[in-house]
Design a protein around this ligand. Structure first.
Ligand code: F6P
Length: 338
């Protein structure tokens, strides 16, 4: 078999582990593995490379994806879809393995229905992909956030300041909640829950009154505080470029408490660098399953972790949906805001 793979959307640590997993699983059956360059863009431009053993062994330890990624949407209109289908068919590949998050897997589901046999593998630092308990990059990202919170804690204490850390998470607050809790953040704001600024301000005042004269607050980038937050740059999936809510929250806190407050935007540091062990091992297991499916001529599936085990769900499960933090979980975790 000739199998093609692409990595789409924002990159994530652990993508190269998927590529190693796919390559060596292909080797087991004598299959060839090709990598489309820069996600779906590579399909539209017919650009791909034959992946070899040296690539995957060398890149396994690196962050990012050595075949590149982009936010190209192959399903944005009929003409683009037809071009992708035509190119894929003319390349003679048996199946396409698409590694991505909500956008890439959603588009892959549409392309599968339109005639390209696709198998999906889960990736997103945001962890907001439906149908799976694992998305590569999330574990690494929350470790980076945990580390940042701990570092901010010491400088906040020295200066008796409030420090606001803005982290990624467009629609969902998984990174903020998990990374924040792990780092011992004092308070966390997520997009799913409309923030109560007065409650946050009272919380900070109480900390200072009781003698804890510092605070680290984690804010997910997708939190909406005011209608004045306007973002204009839009990508092919219709997402605006976020950023700046941390500054806004810091300003409100400083105005209302008169305590010196600073904002830090962690940005793409959350997506960079080598993956954690978890983000290296699970991709190997999921890749193995993806090649088993390909061998058995099964497509239209997302290989996932469900109930703690490698499993498959229909690609469609992830189309047009995002997995959110429930109000119940957030309210329970508020117990640990201290
Ligand atoms: O999709 C993952 C993500 O890291 C989001 O959390 C963030 O909003 C977005 O990508 C940033 O995208 P870009 O790297 O294109 O600016």
């Amino acid at each position: 078999m000739r199998i093609a793979v692409l990595t789409g959307g924002g990159d994530a640590p652990g993508l190269n582990a998927y590529l190693k997993g796919l390559y060596l699983s292909c080797q087991k059956y004598g299959f060839e593995l090709y990598g489309y360059l820069d996600g779906w863009k590579g399909v539209l431009e017919n650009k791909y490379i034959k992946i070899d053993v040296n690539d995957v062994i060398r890149e396994f330890f690196e962050g990012g994806t050595f075949i590149g990624s982009s936010r190209t949407n192959p399903a944005k209109d009929e003409q683009t879809m037809n071009k992708a289908i035509e190119n894929f068919k003319s390349s003679g590949f048996d199946v396409l393995i698409a590694i991505g998050g909500e956008d890439t897997i959603g588009a892959s589901s549409k392309m599968h229905k339109a005639g390209i046999p696709v198998i999906g593998l889960p990736k997103t630092i945001d962890y907001d992909l439906e149908g799976t308990e694992f998305t590569v990059g999330f574990n690494t990202a929350i470790n980076i956030v945990m580390d940042a919170v701990e570092k901010l804690m010491s400088t906040a204490k020295s200066h008796k300041r409030v420090l606001v850390l803005e982290v990624m998470g467009r629609h969902a607050g998984w990174i903020a909640l998990y990374g924040g809790l792990a780092g011992g953040a004092n308070y966390i704001l997520i997009p799913e829950i409309q923030p109560d600024i007065n409650e946050l301000v009272d919380f900070i005042k109480q900390r200072y009154e009781r003698g804890d004269k510092y605070a680290v607050i984690v804010v997910a980038e997708g939190v909406k505080i005011s209608d004045a937050q306007k973002y204009e740059v839009v990508d092919e999936y219709g997402h605006v470029k976020l950023g700046g809510v941390g500054e806004l929250v810091a300003k409100i806190i400083e105005d209302k408490t008169k305590i010196t407050t600073r904002a830090v935007n962690l940005g793409h540091i959350q997506r960079g660098g080598p993956a954690t062990s978890y983000d290296r091992i699970i991709p190997l297991m999921l890749s193995y399953k993806a090649i088993e499916l390909a061998k058995d001529k099964i497509s239209g599936k997302l290989v996932c972790i469900r109930n703690g085990k490698v499993d498959v769900v229909d690609l469609e499960v992830a189309e047009g949906k995002t997995k959110k933090v429930s109000p119940e979980l957030y309210n329970q975790m508020k117990t640990f805001f201290y």
